[in-house]
Structures are given as C-alpha cells and as structure tokens.
Design a protein around this ligand. Sequence first.
Ligand code: BDR
Ligand code: CA
Length: 295
Amino acid sequence: TKPVIIDTDPGLDDAVAILFALTSGKFDVRGITTVAGNLGIDVTTRNAGRLLALLGRSDIPVVSGATAPLSRPGIDEAAIHGDDGLGGTTLPEPQKPALEGADEWLEKTLLAFPDRSLEILALGPLTNIALLIQRNPDAARRIGRIIAMGGAIEEKGNVGPRSEFNFAFDPEAAEIVFASGIDTTLIPLDVTRKVRADADYLARLRSGPVAAKTAGNLIAAYFQDGRQSRPLHDPCVMLYAAAPEIFGIDRIALKVDFTDDPGALLRAAGGIDLKVAMGIDADAAKDVLATGLIG
Ligand code: BDR
Ligand code: CA
C-alpha cells in the first residue's frame, strides 16, 4: 500500500472514492485535505470527517483548506450534491475537529516524508495544491505524483462547452499545478463518463457491508434527478492508482483557457505536456471499485 493524501470536496462521487480508498486495502491514507468546490468548505470538511467516523478511521486527520478559488468567485453545485453535499445520506458526525490550513499541513507533511514518497489523489479544484506550490515550491516538489480528476479533452464539458467543473472552478490553480513540473496525471471526463453506475450496480453495492452499502446510498442520491445511470468521476482517480493497467494514458500538450470558457483544456503546440487518461476498460473499472468497496 502506498501513502496517499486525498485532497477533496465531498461531494457524492468524492465520498464514494474516499470510501473505496479506506476499504480496498490498496491505500495508506495519511490525511484528507478539504477544499471548497461542490459545496463550501464547512460542508466538505464536515463530510470528510463523517466518512471517517462511519468507518472508525477518525485517526486520519482532516485538514480544511481553501475557502474559495485563487482569484474568482466559486460555482454552486448544491443542486447536484444536495445542501449537505451528500444527498441527505445518513452518516455519523465527525469524531474529531478538523485541523486548519491545508497548504501549511501539506508542506509540513511533505517535508517529514521521504522525497517523492507521498502521492496526492486530487478530487476537487486544485486550489490547495496551488497554494502549497506558492507557499513552498521545494516542499511541493517532494510530491511523488498527483492524480487529478478534471478536464475534458474530446468530450464536451460539464460547466462550459469544453470546461469541466474542477478546473472551471479554479483555472488559475490548475495552471499553477500543471506548470509546476510535478508528475501529474489527469483523469478527464473522457474516461469518467464511461464508468457509469446503473440500477444493477447500485443493488450490488447495497447488498454489501457498510462501506459498499453507503456508497450505494450515495450513488442513489445522485440519481434523484431521474436519470438511469450516473458517471462515477472521482472514484476513477483511486482506480487509476490501484489498477493502472485498465487505463490507457496519452501524453498531450495542453493549455488552460482563462477567458472564453475558463478551465477548458486546449490542445496547443507549446502547451504543457501532461499525462492524460484517455482510455479505460469501464467494466473492469466498475468491478475493481465494487470489489474494493465490498471487501
Ligand atoms: C467533478 O466535479 C465535481 O462535481 C465532482 O465531484 C467531480 O470531482 C466532475 O466534473
Ligand atoms: Ca470532486
């Protein structure tokens, strides 16, 4: 198991990803840093603590981070994730108060770990990581790798025509992270939209033990708009870390749009060369996810 930090804005699909990370036995989760994104920072931070409390893992620190994007107003997603961020799913309250100051905590933690040994699984806007890079670039360079859900390459966006939520929320932060030279792999909508939960998948999860059942309930809340299947965006980050062989990775030179469709990733000669997951065996991905959640 590899030591990881989850940077997240839970959020229904974030919550499923966190449950998988905690139950699959494939990760050594050293902390959860939270960011404003799907909901405000108080809600995303509380939700991280609630998920840890559910699984008896309140030994893992939760550290709250950025309350807003670096230089823009946020985007409100409560219509998708519910006012509580988790679609009204019943969960215990956090067992411990969260720490504050994600960028400072990341700096200290990275300096305390061997160089390049810690990976960051990034499930929300990249504001906390950008703040870390601005605060202490040498500490940030100690990150082993960042796997980040975000962007849309050939797919259309889910905020603007080409822009995806996490990078649309804070495009400046995305650009800072991409330009930092830290080994970064993007998991865009091109693959996450292929990993879809339908009613049968829900039933499979709900027949399992607590993490699986809760994941099923969270995904069910995601269906409240009446759709027959929903994409499991953020779990794909954990799946790439756990089972890279089911993904196909391309290297693509990209630049971030800040004006017409903020957060859109444009192919550009002279853009930043990034690793991007463009292929996935979706059935295998869903199987790895269910197996990890069911335990
Ligand atoms: C991303 O945006 C959020 O709403 C989801 O949690 C996911 O991280 C998908 O565009
Ligand atoms: Ca998210």
